[in-house]
Design a protein around this ligand. Sequence first.
Ligand SMILES: Nc1ncnc2c1ncn2[C@@H]1O[C@H](COP(=O)(O)OP(=O)(O)OP(=O)(O)O)[C@@H](O)[C@H]1O
Length: 587
Amino acid sequence: MAALAIAAFAGATQILDTYSMNVLVRSLLYAMVALTVDILWGYLGILTFGQSTFFGIGAYAAGLVFMHVGFSPGTAVLALAAGIAIAVLVAAVVAWLAFWHGASELYASVITLVLPIVATQVIFSGGTWTGSSSGLSGFETFDLSIEAWFVLAGSLLAVATAAAWVVMASDAGRLIVAIRENEQRCKYLGIGTARLKSIAFLVSAALAAVAGYVFAGYAAVVAPELVGFVFGTELVIWVALGGRGTLLGPVIGTVLVDYESAQLSGDYPFVWKLIIGLVFVAVIVALPRGFLPILGDGLKRLGRWVGLGGKTTARTATLVTAARRTVATASDGPAIRIRGVAKHFGSLPVLRGIDFEARAGELVSLVGPNGAGKTTLMRCIADGSERSGGTIEIGGVSIGRLPPERCVALGIGRKFQMANVFDSLTVAECLQIARTRIDRPSLVRRSTELALPGPAARVVATTGLDQRLATPARLLSHGQKQALELAMVLALEPKVLLLDEPTAGLSKAERMLIGGILTDLATQERLCILLVEHDLDFVREISSRVVVLHQGRLVLDGTVEEVVGSETVKQIYAGAGHHGAPAEAAR
Ligand SMILES: Nc1ncnc2c1ncn2[C@@H]1O[C@H](COP(=O)(O)OP(=O)(O)OP(=O)(O)O)[C@@H](O)[C@H]1O
């Protein structure tokens, strides 16, 4: 398709007049930057106003080098390399600030909003060297015909769009959708989301810089507006108009709007911006998804109406068993060791001096009244940055202050209280995302195999999910979603499985099914399972040991019989043991 598009651009040079081609070179290069905004905003959910700055960096690299050093093949290569390198460097700083400090999505938008303002000030302060507010012009540049520039700009856009299309249709594209939809779940599946977002941000910056470099080479002029906030916002508007998350929509939208703007600004110099503004408001209100999705829906309806194009059959992956990779925890050491773990929120202590160990093959239930600190303890085990004090070791290795994705690499798998899956992805895709840490996703193709380790495959088979691999997760029942999340966590091949109320909201039959699966996982697969549970009958049926928490302290650690017959537990649950339960006596 890219080759066809390039041929079409070459053919168009025979039809278009010089004026149109002149305007279109700019529009095509702007569309390339809009494409990068679409990748970041439409696919990854990072609303960025700063892509203009990377375009401007590429343009100014050409302008400054050609103006002050002179133009030659050597300096042309130097300027391109410098433009890309500086853009990537600046993008790395922005990505570090925006994605690496537990920052919210708003952070990235605010930082990319500030970036063009800072960049414009830097150019203003550059005096005659940068041309200040007038920019740089009159430098020598490539001696190419307008037809050649047109085909070059069109080819760059075609290749960039095709490459983005291939990536978005690959395993990596599916991962990008998963990150946008549920970044927290991705982190707890061992996926370094900050790293992946940073890579996408750096690649987008480099692409924008290339477009800016070509623009400066073609126009032989650079101005502060190219790096500025207004252009950065216009890019966002063009993407919204075309239809974010569609690739072709923003590309076509940008070319059309920019080309029309050029016409209108000639015919109606004072009102053209107002017209564009009104169109934008009208589209956002009436067509929030932009033009292309609406056009696509209309074409599909038309196709069905004239009898073309039947039902689309969902592609689904074939289930296969993954080769066994991890060896069960050595039997001589505990799978998890917790020493003196404490957690406080401000001055409120929630966990105090928690000590316990659990071995491979044990199913330990954590029980206690509401607010005892059970979920907080789970959070401290799965994320090294959560606890206020104490140490936690998995298979003899301390989790230190590691973030959740690194704790997964040590062997922790966490299932949340509320089923936490990817609603827009199918069952098979959710499971494939869960395998990302182990089966590296391809950048160029979508795998048709779903390789699951034995325990995950068994959960999928016993809960009937194998019959629903092509069903979007949002259409599953509550019980099936819980089972899917359990299978996703097992797909990580964990050593220690953390389950927060896995049977909440399930029917009796579903509870028994999950109970049977969990005891099998402990006894046959030798997994160490820590389970938070309120249903004491369920706890009694499946646990090999029970740990009781009360007011942030561990008050009892024993067998099911010891705990069920304990006076302490009766007092706690009757609400009588509130003032310092007798921990020592109970142990
Ligand atoms: N982010 C927070 N900020 C302040 N206090 C918190 C925070 N998260 C939890 N807490 C408090 O910590 C205590 C323990 O909460 P936690 O959710 O761990 O209890 P739990 O035993 O899991 O209760 P439940 O059985 O109801 O889920 C509660 O008093 C809760 O209000």
